[in-house]
Design a protein around this ligand. Structure first.
Ligand SMILES: Nc1ncnc2c1ncn2[C@@H]1O[C@H](COP(=O)(O)OP(=O)(O)OP(=O)(O)O)[C@@H](O)[C@H]1O
Length: 255
């Protein structure tokens, strides 16, 4: 589980997150939503320990701040929104980087590490691309390989920054369903940022709406995704109605 309490982050002398709190119980899916610049990516980066912060981040009962990088990487995997990717590295070798926390210093990956990487690529429909250099992939293929690397880490907590932005509709559904299946099978705690509010409402158990670096609403999708909240914080006019699964579905309304 993840517990964030009174999190403050300042970047280049500017306050980016203030007093942010959230709770994601083990096995739950929490989506962080909010307009551009609200602080969503910063929040994930702070949780994974990539940024200095004030306050507390507790993962599976352990303060993340006290963990060494290898320990942390066995506990929390993070797929960034647009990482710098080594153009000449193959898809398989890049995925294998997810196994680094398990490979001894100066050691080599084991047969098990290679098997995990291969299995993840297969599950993400990427096995045909295993030998291709990263620099030759489409945006959506790259995005799925970044996810593959995070999944290869086999952690109990998965942080995904906008995992579906570059994906076509079929791959969006495939990735969200895969993450959901893994969550249910392995009791993973998932925290994603998502721009697609309907997708967030469909998959997440709870939402945290950030605006201006603060939590302005939090709770089940039906409570957070209201027409008023979307208008107030995104400046968008939408109509919200329960979809076939009872969760809120959203349509843009032309002014
Ligand atoms: N390294 C940095 N130095 C200074 N300010 C930064 C830095 N990185 C991000 N910011 C600022 O922090 C704020 C939050 O950025 P962040 O990327 O977390 O927002 P976001 O909600 O993920 O936005 P988006 O939806 O556009 O991806 C923005 O105003 C951004 O300009």
């Amino acid at each position: 589980m993840i517990s964030v309490r009174s999190l403050d982050v300042a970047l280049a002398g500017r306050t980016v997150l203030s007093e942010v709190g959230l709770e994601a119980p083990a096995g739950s899916w929490l989506a962080v939503i909010g307009p551009n610049g609200a602080g969503k990516s910063t929040l994930l980066r702070a949780i994974v320990g990539l940024l200095p912060y004030g306050g507390d981040v507790i993962v599976d009962g352990q303060p993340v701040r006290s963990l060494r990088p290898r320990q942390r990487a066995r506990l929390v995997a993070y797929a960034p929104q647009s990482p710098v990717l080594p153009a000449d590295m193959t898809v398989f070798d890049y995925t294998l980087l997810g196994r680094a926390p398990y490979i001894p210093h100066l050691g080599r990956e084991s047969r098990h590490d290679r098997a995990v990487a291969g299995e993840v690529l297969e599950r993400l429909d990427l096995d045909d691309l295993a030998g291709r250099p990263m620099g030759q992939l489409s945006g959506g293929e790259r995005q799925r390989v970044v996810l593959a690397r995070a999944l290869a880490q086999r952690t109990r907590v998965l942080l995904l920054d906008e995992p579906t932005t570059a994906l076509d509709l079929g791959h969006q559904q495939q990735v969200m369903e895969l993450v959901d299946r893994l969550r249910l099978a392995d009791d993973l705690t998932v925290v994603t940022t998502l721009h697609d509010l309907s997708l967030a409402g469909q998959y997440a158990d709870s939402l945290v709406l950030l605006a201006g670096g603060r939590v302005v609403a939090a709770g089940p999708p039906g409570e957070v995704l209201t027409e008023e909240a979307v208008e107030a914080h995104f400046g968008a006019r939408v109509s919200v109605a329960p979809g076939p699964d009872g969760r809120p579905a959203m349509t843009l309304v032309r002014p």
